[in-house]
Design a protein around this ligand. Structure first.
Ligand SMILES: [Zn+2]
Length: 414
């Protein structure tokens, strides 16, 4: 079989390292300052081939995707009766039925923040009660039979780890629940996963700057993550965030603008592969741990990792005084209708640790109500990005970074 180069950049892949090299090369070509990378460690998981089918009460292929860090099934797969549960309470109520079963988790969708714990914890919770595998409803409010991958976490010993995959909302809701409840029929599923977990790899955060002309030691940081899941193209999560952060500096350089303070862009890596257990080993955390003593140099830290749809303004966490300055700055953007300042900051997983050091934080506020339609799917491709809208996101991002880097006043710190 010929291995074609992939469109995606998961950590541990040659494609991600090539993407980092490409960003470095392009940044040098654009004459940005202090172009460099910082080595970090990140987990390395490879999906390989996988499939699932319902074998009883009728034969039906299930669209599925293994979840990051899942162990494999034996080569012949796991075939077992299914137990459908609504939530963790329901799992406990039915615990006598769990041993030997494949448990299907079919929780109600509340929000990504709330519901994603089923993606993270289902395998471990089911394994503790004797399940042989777990299948979890995809984390999305809207589905066209689309499986959504993502990270999961084991909180059990190695010998108790069971394979876990996501299935579509349609399959989690209907095939499971209906067949079992209406007809009392036994449901059986065959799951085959050949995923592999490798030792942590060394990869790189990428750092580029436009040096400040007056107080270069003070910094406004903009960021997005350069790695992606191994499905689709990662164009939305987080190609858009990386590109507006990179292009903000390129626009400043091309316009010959030198702000008072330095504007730094950081392209995180390995963010999608972390587990909560390993949180403190994540590349963005490594950056924080390595640089937190420099926290007083940061005027503002921003991240875009919640889509680059129609921009609306900035989500922000800072003191009332800093919020007031932010509101004044955003008033400059009436012509592109992106004047909102909404508190607190949202959707900034790679920079949130800086909050405890009192650094003001900003996120790209955008009309991202469809974000989770595409998130971690084969549908996350360039077709999701509208070039005109992306330009407006860039205009907003660049203006805020430049003006906050250039104003005479320091943003107040918490
Ligand atoms: Zn992301």
């Amino acid at each position: 079989m010929i291995n074609f180069p992939s469109n995606t950049n998961p950590t541990g892949s040659d494609e991600l390292e090539a993407a980092i090299d490409w960003m470095v090369e392009k940044s040098r070509a654009e004459k940005l300052d202090n172009v460099h990378t910082e080595d970090v460690k990140a987990p390395h998981w490879v999906r390989n081939t996988e499939n699932a089918s319902m074998t009883l009460p009728r034969l039906q292929k299930l669209d599925m995707m293994g979840l990051g860090s899942s162990v494999a099934t034996p080569p012949e797969g796991i075939t077992a009766e299914v137990l459908v549960v609504k939530n963790f309470d329901d799992l406990k109520k039915q615990k006598a039925k769990v041993p030997g079963k494949i448990v299907v988790f079919n929780p109600p969708w509340e929000s990504y923040c709330v519901t994603k714990r089923y993606r993270y914890d289902s395998a471990s919770e089911a394994a503790k009660l004797g399940a042989v595998a777990a299948l979890v409803m995809s984390m999305t409010p809207f589905s066209l039979s689309t499986p959504h991958t993502g990270q999961q976490d084991y909180t059990v010993e190695d010998n108790l780890k069971i394979p876990v995959a996501c299935i579509t909302v349609e399959d989690a809701r209907h095939d499971g629940a209906h067949a079992a409840k209406r007809w009392g029929q036994k449901i059986e599923v065959k799951l085959v996963m050949n995923a592999q977990n490798f030792p942590n790899v060394t990869t790189r955060n990428t750092v580029v700057e436009v040096l400040g002309g007056h107080t270069p030691n003070e910094t406004v940081l903009v960021s997005g993550h350069l790695d992606s899941w191994d499905v689709g193209q990662g164009a939305m999560d987080d190609g858009g965030g990386v590109m507006i952060s990179w292009a903000a500096l390129v626009v400043m350089r091309k316009l010959g603008l030198t702000p008072r303070r330095t504007v730094r862009a950081v392209f995180w890596t390995g963010k999608n592969r972390g587990s909560t257990e390993e949180l403190y080993a994540l590349p963005a955390m490594e950056y924080y741990n390595r640089h937190r003593d420099e926290h007083e140099q940061f005027q503002l830290i921003m991240e875009s990792d919640s889509g680059t749809f129609t921009p609306q303004g900035i989500s922000f966490t800072g003191t009332p005084e800093a919020t007031c300055i932010m509101q004044e700055v955003l008033k400059l953007l009436q012509r592109i209708n992106t004047t909102q300042v909404k508190t607190p900051v949202k959707g900034v997983p790679d920079i949130i640790s800086w909050q405890q050091m009192g650094v003001p934080l900003g996120g790209l506020l955008n009309d991202n109500s469809h974000y989770f339609w595409y998130h971690h799917t084969h549908g996350d491709t360039l077709t999701v990005q509208d070039p005109d809208i992306l330009d407006r996101c860039l205009a907003l991002w660049t203006s805020v970074a430049y003006v906050i880097a250039d104003i005479s006043e320091r943003l107040h710190r918490g």
